[in-house]
Ligand binder design. Structure first.
Ligand code: ZN
Length: 402
């Protein structure tokens, strides 16, 4: 059996050690740029080259390279991406961790450390899967790509750049290896960060009648939030896998610039609304609802202006149909690799997959090892059994699809 030959090449202890090596290289993108993805990207590049994959490195920003590797030619076949990101979020206060955050401690069948689940485990699984296929000598009818991209935790610069490259543009489908407990996730919530700029007129705190206080408009806008959320919920399709849309204020700031003073009415204020969406509406429909909320707030606060703009554009929710060849390749792969029935699910946040979906229009499935709620917490871990299953699922899914 071709599949058995490739699955037999997935070595659990090699996978565990690879994951631990990746976790031990801190790739937190610090505000002072003292670390970043550079070192872990170089490790990934060397490892993939040693395994005989073709490799390209694209410098997306200074010291921040995407590593793209592939096996086989697309020819008249398909091209499938296994996607991971190399950046991790901050470890926070190391004293809150049971094991040091970058020691990659192995205990109770788990690897502990920042990035163990989000998502060096998934990335290692993708690397091992491609290497196993290559080592087994199984021929592919198409191209298997492994992408280790930068900046997922911030602006997704790596995914945006990758979509402009020839290898990226030729993709037919992608598996996003983010921690979802190895569920076959068919949907992802979208996100829009609406940055609302509110302008009034500066004045003396003792004479509010001689100025326009933007803070009044902030209050009016916050009172609009529940109604905005209800309207978005009506607009979005109800989902089996995702929580309904939410609108959450995450930044409220006045004055928008400089330091506040007790007796000064500021000229400006700023609010950020974190808007999460399920599949359904397009940019224009979501934008119209945000416009309406701003207009209502403005009407309650004569003289103030309330305008919003998206931070980093729109990322709409994604959805892939059960009948897509990618979905059956992955679902069948779960059965073949684990002997268990696939569980279907949805991704509560948004990932690089939303960028790939929007830019390239390709179907994406998110599946990876790690508890769904563990990312960004202290004592982050990945279960080694789940990690092993994920790598085997990637092998089977790739061979089914290609
Ligand atoms: Zn992630």
């Amino acid at each position: 059996m071709i599949l058995d030959a490739a699955l037999a090449r997935v070595d659990q202890s090699e996978l565990i050690e690879l994951t631990r090596d990746l976790v031990r290289i801190p790739s937190v993108v610090r505000p002072d740029r003292s670390a970043g993805e550079g070192e872990v990207a170089r490790y990934v590049e060397r490892w993939l080259r040693r395994e005989g994959l073709a490799v390209e490195v694209h410098e997306v920003a200074p010291g921040r390279p995407n590593v793209i590797a592939w096996l086989g030619d697309k020819g008249s076949g398909r091209s499938l991406l296994l996607e991971g990101h190399t950046d991790v979020v901050t470890e926070g206060d190391p004293s809150e961790w049971r094991h040091p955050p970058f020691a990659a401690a192995l205990a109770d069948g788990r690897i502990y450390g920042r990035g163990a689940a989000d998502m060096k485990g998934g990335l290692a699984g993708a690397m091992i899967a491609a290497a196993a296929i290559r080592r087994s000598g199984v021929p592919l009818r198409g191209r298997l790509v492994v992408g280790a991209l930068v900046d997922e935790e911030a602006d997704m610069l790596g995914a945006r750049h990758f979509c402009t490259t020839p290898i990226g543009r030729e993709l037919d489908a992608a598996i996003i290896c983010e921690p979802e407990q190895n569920e076959v996730c068919l949907e992802q919530r979208g996100v829009v960060w609406a940055r609302v700029a509110i302008r009034g007129r500066m004045g003396h705190g003792a004479m509010p009648e001689a100025s326009v206080n933007p803070i009044g408009a902030v209050g009016a806008l916050l009172r609009e939030v529940p109604a905005l959320e209800r309207r978005l919920r009506r607009l979005c399709r109800r989902s089996r896998y995702l929580r309904p849309p939410t609108v959450t204020p995450t930044v409220v700031q006045a004055p928008a610039l400089g330091i506040g003073q007790s007796n000064v009415i500021p000229s400006s204020a700023r609010v950020v609304l974190d808007v999460r969406l399920t599949p359904g509406p397009d940019h224009a429909e979501v934008g119209a609802e945000l416009d309406a909320a701003c207009r209502r707030a403005m009407a309650r606060c004569p003289g103030a202006t309330v305008e919003w703009e998206p931070v980093n554009g729109f990322r709409l929710a994604t959805r892939v149909e059960r009948r897509e060849p990618l979905v059956s390749a992955v679902a069948t792969g779960v059965r073949q690799a684990t002997g268990r029935a696939p569980r279907f699910g949805g991704v509560p946040g948004s990932t690089d997959g939303t960028i790939l979906r929007m830019s390239l229009g390709i179907p994406i499935v998110t599946l990876g090892p790690g508890h769904r709620q563990i990312p960004h917490q202290v004592n982050e871990y990945v279960d080694t059994g789940e990690l092993f299953d994920a790598a085997r699922i990637y092998v089977a899914a790739a061979l089914n699809f290609l």
